[in-house]
Design a protein around this ligand. Structure first.
Ligand SMILES: Nc1ncnc2c1ncn2[C@@H]1O[C@H](COP(=O)(O)OP(=O)(O)OP(=O)(O)O)[C@@H](O)[C@H]1O
Ligand SMILES: [Mg+2]
Length: 292
């Protein structure tokens, strides 16, 4: 069971109140969607469950492990009981698709014979059989996301925590991934999944927790009653509209608009791209540090 007791999380570096006074219980075997706009606190909610972050006040208890009592050295062992799909994938760049998934089994000491049977099966489940020998830099975003999913599933965890596992795939693949997760859930695994896709939430009819500005604004077993939208999402300048624009217009035109608008010149875009590359290096370190 997952329990949040009056949990507040403030990031010290910039005094951001990412979560405020959250009280939630998730029972074993549940399937829960976490929805809310960008910056609402969804990833923070998941990071508290995996004890990657500690609450500023209150307590998070997962399967008897309390955030207030947990020692740092216990965390890696604790995490092995769960399958985690990270929003930023955290796959290891120097390993093939096969080895990335196999690695999750090797760290818990699984025999190679077992690994050779299990990895191809899981890769087939997520539609990556043809890519087993590919390196991460040869994959599309959606394929990398599915490697991350395969790695989360491979050890048959009791709890799956997935941060936007469908954020980089097309609607059909999104649907397939959630269907796969519901099947795994039917066999008893608890699933906590963050998503922006309201269509998915409506289609699959599971419990929905809506987080807005760090607060749980609704928690319902029936998506019809979930408070998906705050008033702000209707504003013309909202991210939602921006995303619509990008989808509808030719991407070149959008970039030209940006260049003209003084907000970003070509250098600006180039430097953004550079920052992204630097960011990847950090994440790789994280991926390796987090799992060894
Ligand atoms: N490590 C950090 N240090 C400081 N502030 C942070 C940190 N991580 C997140 N935040 C801030 O906390 C708030 C909640 O962030 P969080 O990542 O939980 O949002 P989210 O709901 O997952 O958003 P998204 O949908 O964009 O992934 C945001 O304002 C964010 O800027
Ligand atoms: Mg997030």
């Amino acid at each position: 069971m997952i329990e949040f007791r009056d949990v507040t999380k403030v990031y010290g570096s910039n005094d951001t109140h990412a979560l405020e006074n959250v009280n939630i219980k998730i029972e074993d075997g549940e399937f829960v969607f976490i929805v809310g706009s960008s910056g609402a606190g969804k990833s923070t909610f998941l990071k508290l469950i995996m004890h990657e972050e500690k609450p500023t006040s209150g307590e998070v208890i997962v399967n008897g492990y309390a955030s207030t009592k947990m020692k740092k050295r216990q965390v890696p062992y604790y995490r092995r009981t769960m399958g985690i799909v990270f929003q930023d994938f955290r796959i290891i760049p120097k390993m093939s698709v096969y080895d990335n998934v196999a690695f999750a089994m090797r760290v818990i000491g699984t025999k190679e014979k077992e690994i050779r049977k299990r990895v191809p099966y899981i890769l087939q489940l997520v539609g990556l059989s043809q890519k087993a020998r590919s390196m991460p830099n040869e994959l599309s975003g959606g394929e990398q996301q599915r490697v991350s999913l395969a790695r989360a599933l491979v050890n048959n965890p009791d709890l799956i925590i997935a941060d936007e596992p469908t954020g980089n795939v097309d609607p059909e693949m999104s649907h397939e991934i959630v269907e796969l997760l519901t099947k795994i859930n039917n066999s008893g695994t608890t699933v906590v999944m963050v998503t922006h896709e309201h269509d998915l939430v409506r289609t699959f009819q599971r419990r929905v927790i809506v987080i807005q500005k760090g607060k749980v604004v609704s928690d319902t077993p029936d998506p019809t009653f979930a408070k998906f939208k705050t008033k702000e999402t209707k504003k013309e300048n909202d991210m939602f509209y921006f995303e619509q624009n990008v989808k509808n217009e030719n991407l070149t035109e959008v970039f030209e608009d940006l260049e003209e608008s003084d907000a970003l010149n070509t250098d600006g875009i180039a430097s953004l791209a550079e920052e992204e590359t630097e960011g990847t290096v950090d994440l790789n370190e994280l991926a390796q540090g987090g799992e060894q």
